[in-house]
Write a protein that binds this ligand. Structure first.
Ligand code: PLP
Length: 397
């Protein structure tokens, strides 16, 4: 147990680092390949080094750290280019939660009307809980539409959620639950027809879908050529292999970003367009280093590798008689089992970390670069063992 009292004596940096080193043994290591619940992974070494070099910089102060701010805007431009939102404006933020919050804040401001009642937003049931948090903070009522059999928002039901108080529709490109990709074009069309702001949450899918397309996979469009889209969330600290905290929010037009702009007390620093004031320039440097090191070929290799592993996992699960919730579109696999919480607990006792979707009552497995193919096969062996054990003690798993 670490001390919790404020230190009354000093120790050397070596001692402080030794204490951190000792803690390392109590944490799961991505390198062991046993983490199957995480959309984040170990950042590339170049990202860690870049973060270290810019660790002292603050993106909230453009006078002191213009180079960091330039890095931020270069990265924003690269990400905008990746998702074909060229000309969009945006910021690097602390993650998907902040990005979704900023987007919905802008939507609430845009949708303000003297006649309307409590403002509402509508999204599919698979929407990430960060949108629930944003709705709670912003005083928005969240209406949820049914999903289709593949975990995508049912567009007719989404339309049925719209009323005169609706200020935003949220489409998800890669749900956290199943990696499902909503028909963003159809959501945008609804937004256009009803005059409502449309936000795309591509926190998870944003660094997968553009490269998967390059490999020949087909997904709904969510580029700025689709009229009606107002903002998008994309997280470099997920499949973008950057450090935590690295999220990104883009707005289709500076006029929309202005809705969340805030003046600081001080003359000379830029208007803030993020929730946080002091922001890590290290994250901008890290993401810049990853994007430039890997480039499109590196990311395509990575996505091809992740998809090949996902296919291996799906095939192993199929051969052992497991049923999937649906055929996965990205890298998240839902597996039906009778008592997923118990299965999860038993897997964890054996050092495997998966997760359970509360809504679906299904085991949720995230495939990432840190889990090599042989580990996935071992994992399915372990899952079979757990299932058989449960059946042997009279369960119905
Ligand atoms: C689709 C989606 N949106 C938003 C978030 C929230 O991102 P963060 O945890 O970086 O705040 C996540 C996190 O997994 C996500 O998958």
């Amino acid at each position: 147990m670490l001390p919790r009292e404020f230190p009354q004596r000093s120790v050397s940096p070596t001692e402080a680092l030794a204490a951190l080193h000792a803690l390392g043994g109590r944490q799961v290591r991505y390198e062991d390949g046993r983490v199957l619940n995480s959309i984040c992974t170990r950042p590339l070494p170049v990202a860690i080094e870049a973060f270290r070099r810019f660790a002292h910089t603050n993106l909230g102060d453009n006078r002191l750290f213009p180079a960091a701010v330039e890095l931020e805007q270069a990265v924003v431009g690269m990400i905008a280019d990746l998702v074909e939102w060229q000309g969009a404006v945006g910021n690097l933020v602390s993650g998907g939660t902040e990005a979704n919050l900023l987007a919905l804040w802008a939507a609430r401001e845009q949708g303000r009307s003297p006649r309307a009642g409590r403002p509402e937003i509508a999204a599919g049931l698979g929407v990430h809980f960060s949108v629930e948090k944003a709705a709670a903070l912003l005083g928005l009522e969240l209406r949820r539409a049914r999903l289709d059999g593949r975990g995508r928002t049912d567009i007719e039901d989404l339309e049925a959620c719209i009323n005169e108080n609706t200020v935003a529709l949220v489409a998800t490109a890669g749900t956290s639950e199943l990696g499902a990709v909503d028909d963003v074009e159809a959501v945008a069309e609804l937004g256009r027809r009803h005059g409502i702001y449309v936000h795309v949450d591509a926190a998870t899918g944003g660094f997968l879908i553009p490269f998967a397309r390059g490999l020949g996979h087909r997904y709904p469009r969510f580029d700025l050529g689709v009229p009606g889209l107002c903002s998008i969330t994309i997280d470099p600290h997920k499949y973008g292999l950057s450090v935590i905290p690295s999220g990104c929010v883009l707005f289709a037009h500076p006029r929309i970003q202005e809705l969340v702009a805030w003046d600081s007390h001080y003359k000379g620093t830029q208007r803030h367009t993020t929730l946080l004031g002091t922001r890590p320039g290290g994250a901008a440097a890290a993401t810049f280093a990853v994007l430039t090191t890997l480039g499109r070929p590196g990311f395509e290799r990575l996505v091809a590798e992740c998809f090949a592993r996902r296919d291996l996992l799906v095939s192993e699960l199929g051969q052992r008689g497991f049923t999937l919730v649906t055929s996965p579109e990205l890298t998240i696999v839902g597996v039906r089992c009778a008592d997923p919480d118990d299965v999860l607990r038993r897997l964890e006792e054996q050092g495997w970390f998966a997760s359970v979707s509360r809504r679906l009552q299904a085991l949720r497995i995230v495939v990432h670069r840190h889990t090599p193919p042989e580990r996935l096969v071992e994992f399915v062996d372990a899952l079979c063992g757990v299932q058989q054990g449960l059946v042997a003690v009279g369960g119905t798993a």
